[in-house]
Design a protein. Structure first.
Length: 197
């Protein structure tokens, strides 16, 4: 029972750490891109830490890390504050999808050769961030149109810009996730801190 409690505390602490990394990556390392109508999208690697959290901790914890970290970042930035509800849902889904592929389909925390882990780390990243490439502009369009009341032509233009920027973020994020996870995995295993999901 004590080991179970320790594992839960460990996952909560790492979730908080990954949420903080999501926040820092979006808040301090983003490049804002203005769109027509005065809105902004951003080039950033915050989503990479959401996926990384899902690979390390599982989909639910990874989704929570991404959704909490990125939503807090949105809430504290007047430019992105109206996007916070959409951010919470989409980032949680990124974590869930990445975790599902990595842990329920591929079982990457079990003993596998590095090539297998590399392939499935890449697949999980592409699945989670690919979902975001499709759903961020679609959800953004409906959110801006029906929740925020932005004129439909402006919402279409903003969604188009968002799709391009989200794709660039996904490619960069996938590279970051694969490189960092493949480097962290053996170090965590050697230190006895690698958690099997």
């Amino acid at each position: 029972m004590n080991n179970l409690n320790n594992n839960h505390v460990y996952k909560l602490v790492l979730t908080g750490l990954m949420a903080a990394l999501c926040y820092v990556a979006f808040t301090f390392l983003k490049i804002p891109v203005p769109t027509f109508g005065g809105d902004y999208v951003a080039l950033h690697i915050g989503n990479a830490f959401c996926v990384l959290a899902a690979l390390l901790l599982g989909g639910v914890y990874g989704g929570l890390a991404g959704s909490l970290g990125m939503t807090i970042a949105d809430l504290l930035d007047p430019v992105y504050i109206t996007s916070a509800p959409k951010t919470f849902v989409l980032k949680f889904c990124i974590g869930l999808i990445s975790g599902l592929v990595a842990h329920r389909v591929a079982h990457i925390t079990e003993d596998h050769d590095p090539a297998y882990v590399f392939r499935w780390t890449l697949a999980a990243s592409v699945a989670g961030l690919g979902f975001n490439v499709i759903m961020d502009p679609v959800a953004g369009y409906f959110y801006k149109n029906y929740v925020l009341g932005v004129h439909s032509d402006a919402a279409k233009i903003m969604s188009t810009w968002a799709a391009g920027v989200t794709f660039i973020n996904a490619v960069a994020g996938t590279v970051v996730v694969v490189v960092v996870y493949m480097a962290l995995r053996p170090v965590l295993k050697k230190a006895g801190m690698f958690t099997k999901i």
